[in-house]
Design a protein around this ligand. Sequence first.
Ligand code: IFM
Length: 445
Amino acid sequence: MSFPADFLWGAATSSYQIEGAALEDGRGECIWTRFSHTEGNVKHGHTGDVACDHYHRYAEDVALMQALGLRAYRFSIAWSRLLPQGTGAINQAGVDFYNRLIDKLLEANITPFVTLYHWDLPQALQDRGGWTSAEMPEWFAAYAALAAERYGDRVKHWITLNEPWCIAFLGHHLGIHAPGIRDERAAFCAAHHTHLAHGRAVQVLRERLPNAQVGITLNLAPIQPASDDPRDQEAARGFDGVQNRWFLDPIFKGMYPPDIAAYLTARGALDGLDLESVRLAAQPLDFLGVNYYTRILIRHAPNSPQGYEIYLPPDAPVTDMNWEIYPQGLRDLLLRVHREYAPPGIYITENGAAFPEPERVEGDLLEDSARVAYLEQHFKAAAEAIAHGVPLKGYFVWSLLDNFEWAEGYTKRFGIVHVDFATQKRTLKRSALYLKQVIQCGALS
Ligand code: IFM
């Protein structure tokens, strides 16, 4: 099973999860700093204040990437490093950090993929309404313009948003992510503004960087009914409507999925939104970024408040996140996106797994056979999708480093490189060497 010669193998991270230096060199407070410092929000009271200290150790981390033969690296920019208040005054020290990082990557022959927003909204903008504010699309467009102006001479691949579903629903409905709001209408309002913000950012990037490759990253999952029962099937279709189609349809068709929009309108969840305006989201894209971790099985459950529940088969293999390991879901998902939405290119912008691992590591290699097996199975699924005609152009493993896993703090380890958070020592895991070997061979053995 081989991959195209120009296939872009890489690894991914995000700013708040690895950088640390949360308030250093003029960085403005972000919503995750506020949220993680509020008791009860993150396991063990962990915060991203130090994280992997990548802000200071970026050169060492780039050297690691180079040693692993990575061809590309996906990272995000912390908006409040560039613009501490979200708008207005520029923080040159923050701008310079990413200049140094980008230059180091290019020296190492690693293609930078920049995500403009991976959840660390400036707190100052949250104080003005955050994603529920109708001003968000313009705030985001101005920030995108600044990033394009400062980095566009060297960065050719841009991702507007990471996982808008999580921004909207984990942050504004379930309240388990920053800003910790629990309100269904706020969640759909936030989702609407992510669509508009994405559309505006694409316009701004196109105007300023006509040769750039521009896309967005969605967390997509195959949603399957737990049985043939028509009630399970209907519940699964509804779940798919919010999880997948609520994001894919605006971006590729300029409209919301009519069945879901009708249902939500009837229950008042979309009150106050101009649904037609979502056509702005359908800007021509060069690629779709797909983050894939698992499938979701749904069965109807008349006694639950939503009328359905997520079903995990008792014998299903799972990761430390309790997510089912289901590699064929990646192939199925890629085929579906290709068939129904036909993006000109697709990158897997995240795929990987958390497994329990020791806090400290003896020796210079950590054996993580479960992660090696996970990656191998998912690489195979990707190769199958390519063989079926999917224009898959690259694959970013999540994650380069063990890092701050949001509400789970440092308790879940996704890295192909182990981080000892007491000493900041990096130790390779076997999976890092496996990825290196796949990159070198361009094929799976
Ligand atoms: O760590 C996250 C990442 O920030 C977004 N996608 C899913 C990962 C694992 O939960």
